[in-house]
Design a protein around this ligand. Structure first.
Ligand SMILES: NCCCNCCCCCC(O)(O)C(F)(F)F
Ligand SMILES: [Zn+2]
Length: 343
């Protein structure tokens, strides 16, 4: 399987994350992508290629123009406003407050952020732009006939909505890929999100549409991030009713319970008959992941890959989360190897 990767992910190198009332070294750090790349090479998974550049249009097909411009200028404006640290929001659009966008950068941070742990820094925008190009290049490979491809995206994307960032996400790589497939002639796209955290951004973007079926297996939002979306009763709205499926699961969920949900999701995907399957591949479902609470073991990721292969669809794997444990490389590539062995 070919991997699409760019060194430009290193431009996202924030020094602080707000965690437990402290500024800590971010969990979503450059070494994550290097662990995965090393494992791709170690296992001889396949060629590693640079992304092509598809420009801004496919990003703006998903994201709000002013939001994109905000992400680009916020770090410099934050410094000009006299703040010394990295740009982190301190206000929120609380209940029954105005949705008028403030002028000041501090107000705009809270207007566009859906979570406060993620700092904005110089280089973040360029890294997010490059990550979207990695996703688009993977989509182009599938359109050109590849049965499967791995877009080693960093920063991740599935929490980003059309006009909000947070949870380490800025541009929604999976949504950008899905829309690109549709704009290039696909009729239906399924997105299966196996990251530990609910893909609130992806859900929100396609919630009222039937041409993208979003399915997510994740930690129960009553107990974990993103907290404020991802419940089982969220099944889509309007024309999208029935094309959103959430499987929230409790702390300490083991693989057999997780896999039962996967099989249900795959059955619904088979009924939907999509032209392509996009996998939001987070491996923070791993038993020792530092910010998650499922109990998958490394071998379970091989089985996960084989189960995904059983769908028999062109499959676009897009890297999402999974945190700084050596096994992140093993677990991510196990999914890809399990997929290939079953094909
Ligand atoms: N103090 C630790 C709390 C962490 N709160 C934010 C969690 C963000 C998870 C991001 C992710 O893993 O879902 C992605 F795939 F987007 F990277
Ligand atoms: Zn995650």
């Amino acid at each position: 399987m070919e991997t699409i990767y760019t060194e430009k992910h290193k431009l996202r190198d924030a020094k602080t994350e707000l965690c437990g009332g402290e500024l800590v070294e971010p969990f979503e750090r450059p070494s994550r992508a290097e662990y995965v790349l090393d494992r791709v090479r170690e296992t001889d998974l396949g060629p590693v290629s640079d992304p092509d550049d598809f420009g801004m249009d496919p990003i703006l097909a998903i994201h709000d123009t002013e939001f994109v411009a905000f992400l680009k200028t916020a770090p410099a404006r934050w410094k000009e406003a006299g703040f010394n640290g990295e740009a982190i929001p301190t206000t929120w659009v609380g209940r029954r407050m105005s949705h008028i966008r403030p002028n000041h950068v501090e107000g705009q941070l809270g207007y566009y952020a859906l979570a406060g742990e993620t700092s904005l820094t110089e280089g973040t925008w360029e890294a997010a732009y490059a990550s979207a190009q990695v996703a688009l290049t993977g989509a182009a490979r599938i359109r050109a006939g590849a049965g499967a491809v791995f877009s080693l995206c960093r920063p991740p994307g599935h929490h980003a909505t059309a006009d909000m960032y947070g949870g380490y996400c800025f541009f929604n790589n999976a949504a950008i890929s899905a829309q690109h497939f549709l704009d290039q002639g696909a009729k239906r796209v399924a997105i299966l999100d196996v990251d530990f955290h609910h893909g609130n951004g992806t859900q929100d973007i396609f919630y009222d549409r039937s041409d993208v079926f979003f399915i997510s297996l994740h930690g129960d939002p009553l107990e974990t991030f993103p907290y404020h979306l991802g419940h089982a009763e969220e099944t889509g709205s309007g024309a999208g009713t029935g094309f959103n499926l959430n499987f929230p699961m409790p702390p300490d969920t083991p693989f057999d319970v997780w896999q039962a949900a996967l099989h249900k999701g795959l059955a619904r995907i088979a009924e939907y008959k999509p032209d392509v399957l996009i996998i939001s591949l987070g491996v923070d479902t791993f038993e020792t992941d530092p910010i998650s609470f499922f109990k998958l073991k490394s071998d379970d990721f091989l089985t996960m890959g084989a189960d995904i292969a059983s769908a028999g669809l062109p499959t676009h794997f897009i890297m999402e989360g999974g945190y700084d444990v050596d096994e992140i490389g093993v677990n991510a590539v196990n999914v890809l190897q399990g997929f290939e062995r079953a094909n």
